[in-house]
Design a protein around this ligand. Sequence first.
Ligand code: 6PG
Length: 255
Amino acid sequence: KDGGEFRIHENVDELATDLADYIAELSEISVKERGFFAIALSGGSLISLMGKLCEAPFNKTVDWAKWYIFWADERVVAKNHADSNYKLAKDGLLSKVPVVPGHIYSINDSLSAEEAASEYEFVLRQLVKTRTVDVSEISDCPKFDLILLGMGPDGHVASLFPNHIALDEKEEWIIFITDSPKPPPERITFTLPVINSASNVAVVVTGANKAEAVHLAIDNVGSECPVLPARMVCPTNGKLVWFLDRAAASMLEAS
Ligand code: 6PG
């Protein structure tokens, strides 16, 4: 399996510096080429690992006004709820840099999961029409400049969980689930076709409790092993980068 590029770091601090460099560079390239940077965030530890973007030099050098910000997945809770991925990113990152508030595409928290997913897809379709978010020539899906993912110890990415029917979705861009094994149960999520249409996908994983899932997601494991959602992340025409710390990479054979 062509598992992409691996950036394995001695510690979380080094990883965070490299991650900030990587994001800043992709932002610069996209703004130069397209005039916009369409990025999708996830929840979890990712946001604190992106924290260096709020510091010098990145807070000044990144062209924040050109950022268009989506979420690869979101919990269907109020925007100010402690479980909200939007709130996490707002408090930890977006309130500290000069992004344009109108370019932050959080879900409508007054809707049901089903309505929120279809409205979020509608909003995304408008931005694809104007090419603020690019489009994949192959799949007609949005082609994000960068989709950032974390991974759970069970190998889930975004809100795509092991053995869940959501993994089979081929048509929709954004779907809802009401049975997430990780609380809260109601979530909306990008589908695999959208993730795999991106120009760049980064999966950011730290800690020894993820080591086995990293191994199962990347190494040539036998067919008797479960196929983790993270293993299904494989951009058709884009670049995949794994950001790992030593602990998360400790069971990896490919490195
Ligand atoms: C969520 C997150 C999720 C997260 C992983 C990893 O809504 O649960 O978006 O996809 O990225 O669970 O989270 P940690 O890095 O905190 O383990």
